[in-house]
Design a protein around this ligand. Structure first.
Ligand SMILES: [Zn+2]
Length: 441
C-alpha cells in the first residue's frame, strides 16, 4: 500500500449517507480506505500529528462530476445574450471558426484548470477539436472526451467519418483517468446512418437531444433551426419518426442524452427502458429560453439525471455551485414546493448520479472503496452543512481538490490566473461582433 493521506474536517457530505460531524478520511492508492466520524480535531492531532491535513471550517465533499461540458469554449462566457437557440447556434459556429488551433487549446486548458479550481473532478466533455483531451490530461482531471462528429452521411461516407474520428481519437492522450468516446452532435446535424456507424465502434457515446422548441420544429420539417442550419450549408438529416424511437435499438447505458427538455413521456420511457442517463444543464436551457427539464416526469419514468454545466458560451462560467442553485430554483419554482427537490437530491445529481450517467462506478460518494476524488470547501460556522454548502458555497471557497487521492489544486490561484491569461487572445477574437442579416453595424 502506498503512503496514507489523512483529511480531517468538522463536516463531511458523503452523498450516500446524511452529513457527518468531525470526520477523518483516510486515503491510499487513490481510494478511500477508512471513514471515521466523531473524531475531534484534538483527537486527530493527538493520533496523527503533522500527518493529518486539517480543513478547519470546511466540509469534505465528493468532487463534482460534470455530466456534460465543452471545456474548449471556456474563454467565451458572457459575450452574447438575447439570442434564441437557433440564433445562438449560428452565432456560436461563426465565432468558433475564428480561433487558431493554439487559441482553441488555450481555451480548453483554461476550461480544465477552471473546472478543477471550481471543485469539478470528473468531466464528460463533448469536444469539437479534441483539445479537451490534452487539457484534461495536462490538468489531471478524470473524465471522458467524446469527440464530436457531424453529418448526414450513409454507407461508405459514414464509415469514413467514423474511421477518421477513431484516428483522431488514437492521437489524443488517454490514461487510467482519461478515456475516449464519440459524440454524434445532435439529430439535427447527424443522420441515422452515422449514429449507427458510431454505435458500431463499441465506444460510449454522448448526444444532444430535444434541447429547444426549435429542434422539435426541425423534426416536424420546419422552423428557425432548419432555416439557420440550411443557410449555413449543412446537409439536413430527415427523421420519419422521433430520433429517440428511431434509435431505440442502439440506445443503452453507454449513451448519454444531453438536455431532453422537450422530450415527451413516451420518449422518456424509451430512455428508461434502455438505461440512457440524462445530462441536465439547467443554466444553458434557461438562458437560451429552451424551457426546463420536467424533472418530476423524468423521475416517474425512472431515468437517471446528472447535472452538467454545458458550454460556457451558453451557460456562463464552469461553476458547479451555480448550476446546482439554478437547478434548485428552477425545479422548486415549477413544483411550487420549498422542499422538492431537496438539497440531498440536488447534490447527488451533481456527484453520484452524474457519475452513473457517465457510467462510472465507485465515484461521487464518500464511501470506503470509492475513488478519492474529494474537495474541501470552506463554509465557516454552520449548523446545517448541506444548506451552507449547496446554498452558499462558491468556487473561491474551494480549498483543496484531490483526484485519485492526489492534490491537483490547493489554495494557490496563480495557475488559474495564468491559464486565463493564456486564453486572453482567444477571448478577444471571440468577442468581436458578429454581423447579422439586417444589422447596420
Ligand atoms: Zn452541449
Amino acid at each position: 500500500m502506498s503512503e496514507l493521506l489523512r483529511w480531517w474536517a468538522p463536516w463531511a457530505l458523503p452523498v450516500s449517507a446524511p452529513p457527518a460531524r468531525d470526520v477523518l478520511v483516510t486515503i491510499a492508492d487513490g481510494r478511500i480506505v477508512e471513514l471515521e466520524p466523531r473524531v475531534s480535531r484534538e483527537q486527530a492531532i493527538e493520533r496523527f500529528g503533522d500527518d493529518v491535513v486539517l480543513h478547519d471550517g470546511c466540509v469534505i465533499a465528493p468532487g463534482f462530476v460534470n455530466a456534460h461540458a465543452h471545456l474548449e469554449y471556456a474563454a467565451y462566457d458572457a459575450l452574447v445574450d438575447g439570442l434564441s437557440f437557433a440564433e445562438w447556434i449560428g452565432d456560436h459556429v461563426h465565432r468558433k471558426r475564428r480561433l487558431s488551433p493554439e487559441q482553441m487549446r488555450a481555451s480548453a486548458d483554461f476550461g480544465a484548470v477552471a473546472a478543477l479550481h471550481a471543485g469539478i473532478t470528473t468531466v464528460g466533455d463533448a469536444s469539437f477539436s479534441g483539445d479537451a483531451a490534452h487539457a484534461m490530461h495536462a490538468a489531471g482531471l478524470r473524465g471522458r472526451v467524446y469527440l464530436e462528429v457531424f453529418g448526414d452521411v450513409e454507407g461508405a461516407e459514414a464509415d469514413a467519418a467514423v474511421a477518421t474520428t477513431l484516428e483522431r481519437l488514437a492521437a489524443l492522450p488517454s490514461s487510467e483517468l482519461l478515456t475516449h468516446g464519440i459524440s454524434p452532435h445532435a439529430p439535427y446535424t447527424v443522420g441515422e446512418a452515422l449514429y449507427r456507424a458510431v454505435h458500431a465502434t463499441g465506444l460510449p457515446w454522448m448526444t444532444h437531444l430535444f434541447e429547444s422548441p426549435d429542434e422539435t420544429d426541425f423534426y416536424r420539417g420546419g422552423g428557425a433551426l432548419r432555416e439557420q442550419m440550411g443557410s449555413r450549408g449543412f446537409a439536413l438529416p430527415t427523421w420519419e419518426q422521433s430520433p429517440i424511437h428511431a434509435l431505440a435499438d442502439i440506445l443503452g447505458p453507454h449513451v448519454v442524452g444531453v438536455h431532453l427538455v422537450q422530450a415527451a413521456p413516451d420518449e422518456l420511457e424509451v430512455l428508461a427502458a434502455t438505461g440512457v442517463g440524462i445530462a441536465h444543464c439547467p443554466r444553458s436551457n434557461a438562458r437560451l429560453g429552451c424551457g426546463a427539464l420536467d424533472l418530476a416526469r423524468v423521475d416517474r419514468a425512472g431515468v437517471v439525471v446528472g447535472l452538467g454545466t454545458d458550454s460556457p458560451s451558453s451557460a456562463g462560467p464552469l461553476d458547479p455551485f451555480a448550476e446546482l442553485r439554478t437547478a434548485l430554483e428552477v425545479h422548486r419554482a415549477i413544483a411550487r414546493d420549498a422542499r422538492w427537490p431537496d438539497l440531498g437530491r440536488l447534490l447527488r445529481m451533481a456527484t453520484a448520479d452524474a457519475a452513473a450517467v457517465l457510467g462510472y462506478a465507485d465515484l461521487g460518494t464518500i464511501d470506503v472503496g470509492s475513488h478519492a476524488d474529494l474537495i474541501a470547501v470552506h463554509v465557516g460556522t454552520c449548523d446545517d452543512p448541506l444548506a451552507a454548502y449547496v446554498l452558499g458555497a462558491t468556487p473561491s471557497d474551494v480549498q483543496s481538490v484531490l483526484v485519485a487521492g492526489r492534490e491537483v489544486v490547493g489554495r494557490d490561484r496563480t495557475g488559474l490566473e495564468a491559464a486565463r491569461a493564456r486564453a486572453a487572445d482567444a477571448r478577444q477574437l471571440l468577442a468581436l461582433p458578429v454581423r447579422r442579416a439586417g444589422a447596420t453595424a
